[in-house]
Design a protein around this ligand. Structure first.
Ligand SMILES: Nc1ncnc2c1ncn2[C@@H]1O[C@H](COP(=O)(O)OP(=O)(O)OP(=O)(O)O)[C@@H](O)[C@H]1O
Ligand SMILES: [Mg+2]
Length: 284
């Protein structure tokens, strides 16, 4: 769906490039996560891909053709949920959506989306009276308004309670199941685990790693298993390598003869991997 080759970008007033030569592809029908520390250039990359920022170096192909060759028809095909929800605060949710609907030649059934995200009863309320989470949910509907083929979501569950975050995640999954392609930015590694087919970690303006969450965990996890077991009323711990585990007499003896309290392989979490790959903690 997207092929990004040697992308370099500098904000006009800056002295340094923000994006320092990155290349990656986003396949049709996948949810691609763009991760990395604050200020690394995730939102910038998204803005370039939605043609909001121009003047980049390198090449971006959308469906095999140079992104620059697309006119305004491109905006009919992409849906965008910005990092900071911006709405007309003196208008109601419904009026806001009606305004943005007019920008597109075809749109979705807004009422059913309002119902799904729990805003239908508040659709006639002014946005000035909306809570943060309500604005975030409305922002998501705006991204879906034109029934896009590619969806760009910048921290779509930020500021949502777990129930509403779940609803948004279900809608993202449904979008993918219907063949949609998603570029997702988030700091929530649980969302990444749940949603993303592949992720790219950005660090220092470059891409440090691209893989599936599962392969990343295998790559950065140590191949060991930890066991906690009871032995003569004392709790003991042991660690064994996963390779040829079935032939490890000591391990087999514990499994056969002892009361196991806990047993788990030492998989790294995506949070651990984030820190290893980017060299910083996620909330920095
Ligand atoms: N309009 C702008 N003009 C100049 N510099 C900018 C502009 N917007 C962003 N930057 C800079 O570009 C860098 C990348 O910003 P960007 O918003 O892409 O980061 P991000 O990875 O999305 O971070 P976060 O996780 O905090 O959202 C930052 O150093 C930021 O200060
Ligand atoms: Mg950002």
């Amino acid at each position: 769906m997207y092929q990004i080759n040697n992308l370099v970008f500098r904000y006009p007033k800056n002295k340094e490039d923000t994006i320092k030569n990155i290349s990656f592809e986003i396949k049709k029908g996948e949810i691609f996560g763009l991760l990395g520390p604050s200020g690394v250039g995730k939102s910038t990359t998204q803005k370039i891909l939605i043609k909001l920022l121009t003047g980049y170096k390198g090449e971006i192909l959308y469906k095999g053709k140079d992104l620059k060759s697309y006119g305004s028809s491109y905006f009919e095909e992409v849906g965008v949920g910005f990092e900071m929800p911006v709405h007309f605060s003196k208008l109601t949710a419904e009026e806001n959506l009606n305004f943005f609907k007019k920008l597109y030649s075809s749109t979705v059934d807004v009422d059913s989306l309002l119902k799904r995200v729990g805003l239908y009863d508040d659709r006639k309320k002014r946005i000035g009276q909306y809570s943060k989470g309500m604005k975030v949910r409305l922002n998501f509907i705006r991204a879906m308004l034109n029934n896009p083929k590619a969806l760009f979501l910048d921290e779509p569950t930020n500021g949502l309670d777990p129930k509403n975050a779940r609803i948004i995640k279900e809608l993202i999954k449904e979008f993918k199941e219907k063949g949609g392609t998603v570029l997702l930015t988030t700091h929530l590694m649980n969302d990444v685990d749940e949603l993303c087919d592949r992720v790219a970690f950005m660090a220092g303006g470059k891409i440090a790693e691209i893989s599936s969450p599962k392969d990343l965990k295998l790559k950065y996890g140590s191949r060991e298993v930890d066991i906690e077991y009871r032995d003569d009323d004392r709790v003991k711990r042991a660690t064994f390598g996963l390779d040829k585990l079935g032939a490890n007499e000591e391990f087999l003896n514990i499994i056969k003869n002892k009361e196991i309290i806990t047993i788990h392989s030492k998989e790294n979490t995506l949070d651990d991997i984030f820190i290893k790959v980017t060299g910083v903690t996620n909330d920095e």
